[in-house]
Design a protein around this ligand. Structure first.
Ligand SMILES: NC(=O)c1ccc[n+]([C@@H]2O[C@H](COP(=O)([O-])OP(=O)(O)OC[C@H]3O[C@@H](n4cnc5c(N)ncnc54)[C@H](O)[C@@H]3O)[C@@H](O)[C@H]2O)c1
Length: 458
């Protein structure tokens, strides 16, 4: 048993829960009783750093802001000392929050590397097609890296980055944030401790949720596989990675079915218009109405770069609906991403996994069923129940997290510690282990397009 697992508070608390004969609702109650934070994440390898790790943020959009926020909350551990983004609003906003001096603010990632190395590490949170080039350059310049997923848009580029990282002997963490969520961390420890015996199979569902689907993969920047990456990579590389991590064995073969069934011109309702604000006859009843989602319900607004003064939002959102893809009819886009797909994976040890990615669901939060030789588990990211076949007893766990599963900042923390201590062992999602999930995703896309079963060769 690894030291980390042996002395982690979760481990220490687990027997306590079992002794209590499953009478407690879950970790939250245990945590409250002991006066601990609800998320009991504790990594015994963490140390107090002698100074904060200095970081240049490349891409100050949605993900970049979340990662940079870690520095705001943990000034002793991470400091943003440079920022690059062609979007002046985001560049200036980020520079203002982190007091980045003007000479360290750049309009594009290339400019960062024209200067001599001036920080410990870079975070790359640019669009999918802009991951490989800045990462290769950062490694060449001697920076450690936190790289958003997907690692790159082709398998060849993924392998190039892996090779360059090894050659340069630098730390490259990949933002597979699910590994750092309390839910999957707990499941991993339970499986590693053989609490349900040998894993036999996994059934895993990724419910994208219908509005999220329309926002990101029909209207948004990942709507077209050719200009971003296939959805199996863009959205589900997390899931391939997490299944591989839980099974703890190399994948062998993969098969995928999936297509774009609903968000097509053929399904555009009679009376619908190019934009929802153009007098669309069905706007009032369409579940994908941009007016409803963005203007009335004020959801997913980060894409509009709204002013701080909320009294100006009506006008600014309406302008966004008139001028950006977010105001367009979901049936009249240039999208090609499947809105449903299924994946079958065979691992080398005989374990099988069935995965579904579904757009047409009213909820988010991965659903997991794990079948083991002496027990099973089912869960939904915030709760899970383990049933022992030997005793029939149930162990339940529950924890409320943020909408992204609560893994973002624990991941940044491990990465900062890995860089600060120059020890990649602190990271779960290093480039070495992350490449396999990408190879699985590329093979799955090949299988989907060619109707084949693909071997996975890492
Ligand atoms: N790990 C996860 O769970 C997760 C979740 C969502 C998105 N992502 C990935 O994170 C990445 C960023 O996604 P996002 O939602 O933050 O997108 P975003 O559009 O909000 O942010 C990307 C930023 O990069 C900037 N940019 C574009 N060109 C640039 C250049 N030449 N130099 C520097 N900056 C440049 C853009 O102006 C934008 O501000 C994507 O690759 C996406 O697939 C990961």
């Amino acid at each position: 048993m690894p030291l980390r697992r042996f002395i982690s508070p979760e481990t220490l608390l687990k027997p306590f829960i079992i002794v209590k004969n499953m009478a407690l609702d879950g970790w939250n109650e245990v945590a409250k009783m002991l006066g601990l934070d609800e998320d009991l994440y504790y990594n015994p390898l963490h140390k107090k750093l002698s100074r904060p790790v200095s970081v240049i943020l490349i891409g100050a959009g949605h993900r970049g802001s979340i990662y940079a926020d870690f520095a705001k909350k943990n000034p002793g551990e991470m400091k943003i000392v440079g920022v690059a983004d062609p979007n002046a609003y985001r560049l200036q906003g980020m520079a203002g929050i982190h007091k980045v001096p003007a000479p360290n603010c750049f309009e594009s990632w290339e400019d960062v590397f024209k200067k001599e190395k001036f920080a410990d590490a870079v975070i790359i949170a640019t669009p999918d097609y802009l991951h490989c080039a800045p990462c290769m350059k950062a490694l060449e310049k001697g920076y450690d890296v936190l790289l958003e997923k997907p690692i790159a848009t082709t398998e060849e580029e993924c392998r190039q980055i892996l090779a360059r990282a090894k050659e340069a002997n630098r730390i490259v963490g990949v933002c597979h944030v699910l590994r750092y969520t309390p839910y999957f961390r707990e499941l991993k420890q339970i499986l590693d401790a053989k609490m349900i015996g040998e894993v036999i199979s996994i059934q895993h569902l990724e419910p994208i949720e219908y509005i999220h689907m329309s926002h990101s993969y029909v209207r948004g920047q990942w709507r077209n596989s050719k200009t971003s990456t296939p959805i199996i990579l863009a959205k589900s590389s997390h899931d391939a990675d997490i299944i591989r991590w839980l099974v703890n064995n190399p994948s062998d073969m993969i098969h995928c079915f999936g297509n774009l069934k609903w968000f097509t011109a053929a399904n555009a309702p009679t009376g619908s218009t190019e934009r929802c604000i153009d007098g669309c006859a069905v706007e009032g009843t369409c579940p994908y109405s941009a007016l409803q989602i963005y203007y009335r319900d004020r959801k997913r607004l980060h894409v509009f770069d709204l002013p701080e003064d909320k009294t100006k939002w009506d006008k600014a959102i309406m302008k966004g609906l008139k001028t950006t893809n977010y105001g367009r009819c979901v049936y009249r886009m240039d999208n090609d991403q499947p809105d449903h797909l299924t994946l079958n994976i065979l691992f080398k040890n005989g374990v099988t996994a069935a995965f579904s990615m579904e757009a047409f669901v009213s909820y988010e939060g991965r659903r997991t069923r794990i079948m083991g030789s002496t027990g099973d588990i089912y869960g939904d990211m915030e709760n899970f129940t383990l049933t022992s076949f030997r005793t029939g007893k149930k162990l339940t766990w529950s924890m409320k997290t943020d909408s992204h599963g609560g893994g973002d900042h624990p991941m940044v923390k491990d990465w900062v510690q890995a860089v600060g201590q120059q020890n990649p062992a602190l990271l779960s999602s290093t480039i070495d282990v992350s490449v396999e999930s990408h190879i699985m995703a590329f093979a799955a896309e090949k299988s989907r397009l060619n109707k084949t079963i693909e071997n996975i060769i890492v």
